[in-house]
Ligand binder design. Sequence first.
Ligand SMILES: Nc1nc2c(ncn2[C@@H]2O[C@H](COP(=O)(O)OP(=O)(O)OP(=O)(O)O)[C@@H](O)[C@H]2O)c(=O)[nH]1
Ligand SMILES: [Mg+2]
Length: 299
Amino acid sequence: MNYKAGFVGLVGRPNAGKSSLLNHLLGEKVGIVTNKPQTTRRRVVGILTDDQAQVLITDAPGAIRSTSGINAFLQSELEDVIEKSDALVAILNIDEKDPKQLDQILEMTAASGKPWLAVISKADQEEHAHRILKLKNKIETYGVPSVVVSTKYKKEDVLAELLPMLKELLPDSPAPLFDPEVYTTQNMRDLAAEVIREKCFEYLHHEVPYGTAIKVIKYIENAGPIIKIYAEVVVSKEGHRAMVVGAKAQTIRKIGIEARKELEKIVDRQIYLDLHVKVRKDWMKQDNMMKDFGYVVLD
Ligand SMILES: Nc1nc2c(ncn2[C@@H]2O[C@H](COP(=O)(O)OP(=O)(O)OP(=O)(O)O)[C@@H](O)[C@H]2O)c(=O)[nH]1
Ligand SMILES: [Mg+2]
């Protein structure tokens, strides 16, 4: 069989478990995960390489509709991932509150005209298990295969079932497209910003986390044994500053401690993390400021 290589885009609702699935398949954290929808903002590529194929899985924001600001960016980022992928995986989460929305995910994926398959996610959730068969039947009407997954299933088992099917969807390629030794195209500086943002999603509530962005000002890794990271937690309203800082600075301290611990696990080195809260009014409504945080669709 010829060598295969290409990009597979993940298409699903916000909270469908896309980033969790990618991390699970890789056995590494490349994308951040929270129980709040619209966690992923920019695409993240995870790479699975073996002697038959290189599968470049692109995690994308969940499907939403919006015409302005950060949400319009999320929509166009997903549209661009769909356009640039060689194949797609529709992720259908069995805990979706509005199951009709899953039909739209199937429609959207099929309409791309790309080769695709469907994954039924979060299958461990027994209270929603009755939906699995219904979803399978619906997927069958599209004439594409489906796989039932959960991050609670063993990684090896999920890979054994899913990987051969993903390879089938990919074009021939004379060689891998990326260094076979690496598992992501993301750099540590960007991952650090994302992990800090993940903790903001965990420890902040209501609209506050949706108005946060992280800017890594300095990332120093070669000046001694400790990696030093200086970053800004940017909020969109003056009133949010106090919520991010918290009483006696407890909230920002907690965000910093948890982000540092997580990053130390990832890089297996000691980290010094310095966080400052900064207000940039309505940044997520203004293109020039969004661009500053990388929220722009790249050509
Ligand atoms: N029970 C269960 N929960 C899961 C599973 N996969 C993901 N979750 C949970 O679902 C929530 C959303 O997971 P994410 O991976 O962030 O979902 P996403 O599709 O990337 O979401 P967005 O980035 O917001 O579009 C988190 O609380 C996860 O822990 C699973 O297989 N089983
Ligand atoms: Mg995500």
